[in-house]
Write a protein that binds this ligand. Structure first.
Ligand SMILES: O=C(O)CCC(=O)C(=O)O
Ligand SMILES: [Fe+2]
Length: 355
């Protein structure tokens, strides 16, 4: 149980030399034991979008397909989101972090009750027995001037234009990417964008302050995202690790202006397991504040999600039962991190027999 942000804790500790006991992870999770060499695929989106790139489009789709099958994640360059908009978002997140903790306490919540704005710590600090070394601000990814007053922090605490510009451009990027994935899955044009019509878009600004003992604490425990896909930018400090079946935990070396894309559970369901959601976690370090900004993109809450009929046949039976996204989310939150429990609750008897 945590009653305050880590930021408040480290200010109180002043000389924070030892890690408080409630942040010490069990040894078995081997926090820093990440494989060195492997690197996740880097895709050049201009090969898909530019008509000048003759032959590039087929190659792009092949690489995209491979990345989604093998890793469930990739970095994208030439993604069309201008550098100053990326930097504006990074600055906006840092701006919020730099607001004195006492001023931010009015936003701080410990319960997980579905409210649109959540400034909190750990995953579910009302239940977590071992806490994560992380504070997070979660808000809707875009908001009109009218809405913003009730679902975003005050203007002086979070620069609104920067967040809205970023939210809009990432949404455009996602539309293009979903169209590319629709092609790589050989689905009818527009399929994934229609499945994600009226999509839920949450911006999670994750703050991982320097940690006195990064070998014993974790920033964010292993999980796959419940949503369809997640787009991440960070402040030049690495810490995200992805799980790959051959290489185990791989630390992502983020290219400075790239966008990182993680596939979430809903794409695993829609693609009937052709693509898979990626298990990932965030480690911390002793020297530097790490900020990551994740845009979590899911179907509309009321959408029913199921394997695309075009990807189901005799040799590929449906691996998942249809599920309303809202119900999936509730179950995911109930089960907590470090499980693949939510996906398991909707697997069909066929999947279980295969495993
Ligand atoms: O900090 C990161 O890079 C990962 C964030 C993340 O996985 C999430 O917000 O779901
Ligand atoms: Fe995540």
């Amino acid at each position: 149980m945590a009653s305050k942000p880590i930021q408040a804790l480290i200010e109180q500790l002043q000389i924070h030399q030892s890690l408080p006991q409630e942040y010490v992870q069990p040894q078995k999770i081997q926090i820093q034991a990440a494989a060195g060499g492997a690197q996740i695929p880097v895709l050049d989106l201009s090969e898909f979008t530019s008509s000048a790139a003759a032959g590039g489009k087929e190659e792009f789709l092949r690489e995209l397909d491979q990345a989604c099958r093998e890793w469930g994640a990739f970095q994208v360059i030439n993604h069309g989101v201008p550098k100053d908009i990326l930097q504006g978002m990074r600055n906006a997140a840092k701006h919020f972090y730099d607001v004195p903790v006492e001023e931010k306490m009015k936003y701080f919540v410990t319960v997980f009750d579905g409210r649109p704005m959540r400034y909190s710590t750990s995953f579910d600090s009302s239940r977590d027995v071992i806490l994560e070394w992380k504070d997070v601000l979660r808000i809707p990814a875009e908001a009109s001037a009218l809405e913003a007053d009730s679902v975003w922090p005050a203007k002086e605490h979070l620069p609104r234009d920067a967040v809205n510009s970023y939210g809009g451009r990432i949404n455009d990027f996602v539309s293009v990417l979903l169209e590319a994935m629709t092609e790589s899955l050989e689905l009818p044009a527009g399929y994934l964008n229609e499945e994600l019509a009226g999509r839920e878009r949450i911006l999670a600004m994750n703050f991982y302050p320097p940690c006195p003992d990064p070998n014993q604490a974790i920033g964010l425990g292993a999980h796959s995202d419940a949503t369809a896909l997640t787009v991440i930018v960070q402040n030049q400090v690495n810490g995200l690790q992805l799980f790959h079946k051959d290489h185990q935990w791989v630390t992502v070396k983020m290219l400075p202006e790239a966008l990182l894309v993680n596939l979430g559970d809903q794409l695993q369901i829609i693609s009937n397991g052709r693509y898979h959601s990626v298990e990932h976690r965030a480690v911390v370090n002793k020297e530097k504040l790490r900020i990551s900004v994740a845009t979590l993109i899911g179907p509309a809450k009321s959408s029913s999600i199921a394997p695309a009929p075009q990807l189901v046949d005799k040799t590929h039976p449906a691996l998942y039962k249809p599920v309303v996204f809202k119900d999936y989310l509730l179950n995911y939150i109930k089960l907590g991190l470090n499980t693949r429990g939510a996906l398991q609750t909707i697997t069909t008897a066929k999947t279980e027999a295969q495993n």
